[in-house]
Ligand binder design. Structure first.
Ligand code: NAD
Length: 355
């Protein structure tokens, strides 16, 4: 099979590309604009594989999308390209509206034009898989409820509102035009190749440099954490086996308070890196509480029973095993981190068209 993965130079997209190359016989074409969050070094493991291709494309560029989709002739499109950082969506929402809404619209239109021209057999097996977030459901503060696939949308941030819009567009392209779509809504991911602006890598890297560990508000916000490779495996399964028109919640059964996540990182570092930076006695001493994010949702929690019952998927990592792997990965991959810090990862974008 031939699979297009949009946003495949990002955190989850690169895990999906690695999963496809390493665990299947399928071919994969990553298309990615290479914003600040796109890093070709995250694709080093698969770059020279003959089943892997890369094209630098902005999903808002409809003509480029038309050309690449028709030329590659995919069986599946997995759509992960997005602006994904909530804080950035508060500082400057415009790129979230552009990429997450207008870009998804352009991709839906190109995919529909392509799909309509396929023969009947290929039309019946084609899938457009839209990858979304549990943040579209809003805040579960003060309840013990879980998000199910039937929970009404109630997004709080420009990020989650733009993702909610894209989900609605995808659903309507299925209902109105018949495009075979599937949507997944996943909880917070963590693991290797996570851009250092996000909570877990930020805390690991700041600790190693003896810098403060800024925790929003009182740190009591609860997220459900999923190891990224468990997510990539779920996505491949859904893209291949889910019924058209369905949506699935994906989660790790790992509800944790942010402060507990930071404490666990400190504990792992105490064990794995006992030689601390100058002046640091305990990593936990670096924790400091900073003004909370505006509109910050207090709790997200996923009911992932539908994907388990329908497709047999459940996470393989516990939070403890996944976090240990994650901290160890950041310790072993200081080059990947340093190239982001000094900006040289962006220079690896030159010459990418060699593929
Ligand atoms: P990321 O920010 O790490 O990666 C996004 C990728 O999209 C980057 O490579 C970037 O260059 C690319 N991109 C951005 N704008 C583009 C455009 N206009 N055209 C083409 N490419 C563009 O994000 P991520 O964490 O890997 O998330 C991937 C998807 O999964 C997103 O849709 C996100 O909403 C969703 N998601 C993420 C999480 C999470 O915890 N990270 C959880 C649930 C769902």
């Amino acid at each position: 099979m031939k699979i297009i993965v949009t946003g495949g130079a990002g955190f989850i997209g690169s895990a999906v590309a690695r999963y496809i190359v390493k665990h299947t016989l399928d071919e994969v074409l990553v298309i990615d604009k290479l914003t600040y969050a796109g890093n070709l070094e995250s694709l080093d493991d698969v770059w020279t594989n003959e089943r892997f291709l890369f094209k630098q494309i902005d999903i808002c560029d409809k003509q480029a999308l038309d050309d690449v989709i028709v030329n590659y002739s995919p069986d599946i499109i997995m759509h992960l390209a997005a602006e994904s950082h909530v804080d950035r969506s508060i500082d400057n929402p415009s790129s979230f509206i552009e990429t997450n809404i207008i870009g998804t619209y352009a991709l839906l239109e190109s995919s529909l034009n392509y799909w309509r021209k396929l023969d009947q057999t290929r039309q019946s097996t084609f899938r457009f898989h839209h990858i979304s977030t549990d943040e579209v459901y809003g805040d579960l503060h003060g309840t013990t409820e879980l998000f199910t696939e039937k929970t009404p949308y109630s997004p709080s941030s420009p990020y989650s509102a733009s993702k909610a819009s894209s989900d609605h567009l995808v659903r309507s392209w299925h209902r109105t035009f018949g495009l075979p779509t599937i949507i997944t809504n996943c909880s917070n991911n963590y693991g290797p190749y996570h851009f250092p602006e996000k909570l877990i890598p930020l805390m690991i890297l700041n600790s190693l440099e003896g810098k403060p560990l800024p925790v929003y508000g009182n740190g009591q916000q609860i997220r459900d954490w999923l190891y990224v490779e468990d997510h990539a495996r779920a996505l491949y399964l859904v893209a291949n086996q889910a019924k058209i028109g369905e949506n699935y919640n994906i989660g790790g059964h790992n509800e944790r308070k942010n402060i507990d996540v930071v404490n666990l990182i400190c504990d792992l570092l105490e064990e794995l890196v006992p030689n601390k930076p100058n002046g640091v006695i305990n990593y936990k001493d670096l924790i400091c509480f900073v003004t909370d994010r505006p509109g910050h949702d207090q709790r997200y929690a996923i009911d992932a029973s539908k994907i388990y019952h329908d497709l047999g998927w459940k996470p393989q990592e516990t939070f403890e095993s996944g976090m240990r792997k994650t901290v160890e990965w950041y310790l072993k991959n200081s080059d990947w981190c340093n190239h982001i810090k000094d900006g040289s990862y962006a220079r690896s974008r030159q010459g990418i068209l060699k593929k």
